[in-house]
Design a protein around this ligand. Structure first.
Ligand code: FAD
Length: 581
């Protein structure tokens, strides 16, 4: 099976029975009802399955190419992009003030999941465009907004994010690109950026790069970085954009996965750009883009794992190898073997729990923007800030691990190209690295997010989780998952208290384990809520209860090992001197 079935039944269950979609919409004054939400998801899923999936394998094999300085994307990508824009898929949740449809963000995030399941390389084009539009909307002058925002929001033009230089990756304080003020108020931007996704393409239209660079009077470090809007084509004075800017693609990166996606080395040779936001405040402006991207990147991990699960579970029901447990039948479908079932359940428990958690986070984002009560807006905003590194890092780590497990279900057939499983593994890997490595996300959680409002935000989140656990369903599985999550929450609370005021080394040594522990509790919370809603006898409800039991008994106990590792502290990590490595 090489197809993809959009998870509409799961979206229906989550919206209708778990996440309280209708009441959330009523609270924020949004008229989107369940039928409309599902219709959008169904139609979006059809687009992904019919238009994006068929290009995924070919795109991987052809790859993007650089020919005479111009990027050529694989066959079919440009047409699919046009169809995407014409179908209105670029504008789903965008602000109607700038030409968007203003639909709930949860639909966008779940649409991102389906895009990632079917064609991760493609998804980066609209994903980065959305991020660029959001940063411009939030920080640019009205003049820049009116000139550049509408075609970006509609998707007619695309966006790219140009932070990284060969000497400045995680540490953006080291950025060297320069911007010289010009007499007409514009800037001449010079420097070389590496790893720039969607830096160029052949879809037509303009490409708007948001570039971090330093002004001549910039103070050193991150407080001296400014953000510039640098387009591929400049206005020609006749209402068109036909004048080539002084920027070019130096090379395409040769890489492990997402071959269809053009990852560019970009040279800016005195390219004309305009300042977005205030001088030296570029990093703050860029964070608007990065935060939006981080949730999307989390969905890349989830989407790939979801698609890989679908293929692996179908394969496991057909592949005949070995004997039944009682020895009476052979060969049997490998789905009968406990170890194969365990691999598949691990992936599914993450995917369905993650889908629910992403949905909850997206509803909080809706509240943060649109709730009539300012206190509620602030509370929701802080929950989104807390959960963003968790969604980005845990979903991409678990997504990669899920892709590998699903590949394992195929045995050797997963390692050869035929079934597409090795592409999932290669494509999923990048999501752990870009948009801030997962290690950096974990440190953001431990160092900055736990300290928000002097610990009150994380305490509020734990309180919310504990409240839901107390209302768990009376079913056996409902009780099991609630009790196991409660145990893990107790460990997380203890660990959180112990990390308060931790030294840099102690926080760094704990961070990735802490983030995983946080994710396990958050997923356990979602499984408790799902199990509570799934009290019926139908297939969806029965399956939810069974997977909840698996999450409780086979995944949540990992919390103990994580907490023990964190409690051991940094000593053993610091023992070996650097030159002895
Ligand atoms: C395919 C691809 C697409 C990309 N797309 C874009 C894009 O569109 N735009 C863009 O600007 N960039 C893009 N990037 C760049 C990407 O975001 C960076 O690669 C990433 O942020 C890490 O930077 P680095 O590669 O320089 O690694 P480094 O910063 O050198 O990090 C190396 C290792 O050290 C760790 N580390 C670094 N600093 C610390 C610290 N202070 N504390 C603890 N650990 C630390 C990291 O976690 C990592 O494990 C892309 C990269 C790739 C490969």
């Amino acid at each position: 099976m090489h197809g993809y079935v959009p998870p509409i039944a799961d979206y229906r269950f989550l919206l209708g029975e778990v996440l309280g979609f209708a009441s959330e919409m009523a609270e924020i004054g949004d008229e989107t009802d369940l039928d409309l939400a599902l219709a959008v998801l169904e139609e979006g899923g059809r687009f992904c399955a019919d238009r994006l999936l068929p290009l995924n394998r070919e795109g991987d094999e052809q790859g993007s190419k650089l020919i005479d300085g111009e990027v050529r994307t694989p066959m079919g990508f440009a047409d699919a992009y046009r169809a995407f824009v014409d179908g209105g898929w670029a504008t789903l949740a965008a602000d109607p003030e700038h030409g968007g449809q203003g639909l709930p963000f949860i639909l966008q995030l779940w649409f991102d999941e389906m895009i990632s399941s079917t064609n991760l390389s493609f998804g980066l084009f609209p994903g980065l465009t959305r991020g660029a539009a959001e940063a411009i909307a939030a920080h640019a002058s009205d003049e820049l907004k009116s000139n550049w925002l509408p075609p970006l929001v509609s998707g007619e033009w695309t966006g790219a994010m140009a932070l990284t230089e060969s000497g400045a990756g995680t540490d953006l304080a080291l950025i060297k690109a320069k911007a010289e003020p010009q007499v007409d108020g514009s800037f001449a931007v010079s420097g070389t950026k590496v790893f720039i996704s969607s830096g160029d393409h052949d879809f037509g239209g303009n490409i708007v790069h948001l570039v971090l660079a330093r002004l001549p009077d910039a103070p050193p470090g991150v407080k001296g970085i400014s953000l510039f809007l640098v387009p591929k084509f400049l206005p020609d004075g006749d209402g068109g954009f036909t004048v080539r800017n002084a920027m070019s693609v130096g090379a395409l990166e040769k890489k492990m996965g997402i071959h269809a996606q053009p990852t560019c080395v970009m040279n800016y040779d005195g390219a004309t750009g305009w300042l977005v936001g205030k001088p030296h405040r570029g990093l703050a402006a860029m964070f608007t883009m990065m935060n939006a991207e981080r949730l999307m990147v989390g969905m890349q991990g989830l989407g790939i794992a979801g698609a890989a699960y679908q293929r692996a579970s179908a394969y496991a029901k057909e592949r005949l190898q070995g004997r039944s447990a009682d020895g009476a039948r052979e060969p049997v479908a490998i789905i009968e073997h406990a170890d194969v079932r365990k691999m598949l359940l691990g992936v599914r428990a993450f995917v369905e729990g993650g889908r629910a958690l992403a949905g909850w986070t997206a509803l909080q984002l809706g509240r943060a923007y649109r709730h009539p009560d300012a206190v509620e807006r602030a509370k929701a905003d802080s929950f989104v800030a807390l959960l963003t590194p968790v969604v980005k890092a845990a979903f991409t780590d678990l997504g990669f691990e899920g892709a590998v497990q699903a590949q394992q279900v195929f045995g050797g057939h997963g390692y050869i190209r035929e079934w597409g499983m090795e592409q999932f593994v290669r494509d999923a890997r990048i999501a752990q690295i870009y948009e801030g490595t997962n290690g950096v996300q974990a440190m953001d959680l431990v160092s900055r997010k736990l300290a928000m409002a002097d610990g009150a935000v994380v305490a509020g989140f734990f309180q919310l989780v504990a409240g839901d656990l107390a209302m768990a369903a009376p079913t056996l599985e409902g009780q099991r998952i609630a009790a196991a999550t409660q145990d893990a929450l107790a460990l997380l609370e203890e660990t959180t208290a112990a990390l308060r005021g931790a030294s840099v080394d102690a926080a760094g040594a704990a961070a990735t384990d802490y983030l995983r522990l946080f994710a396990l509790v958050s997923l356990g919370w979602m499984w408790t809520r799902m199990a509570a809603a799934a009290s019926g006898d139908d297939a969806v409800h029965s399956a939810k209860r069974a997977v909840a039991a698996f999450f409780a008994e086979r995944m949540l106990p990992q919390a103990n090992a994580l907490a023990a590792g964190i409690a051991a502290g940094e000593a053993a990590i610091l023992l070996l001197p650097a030159d002895a490595f």
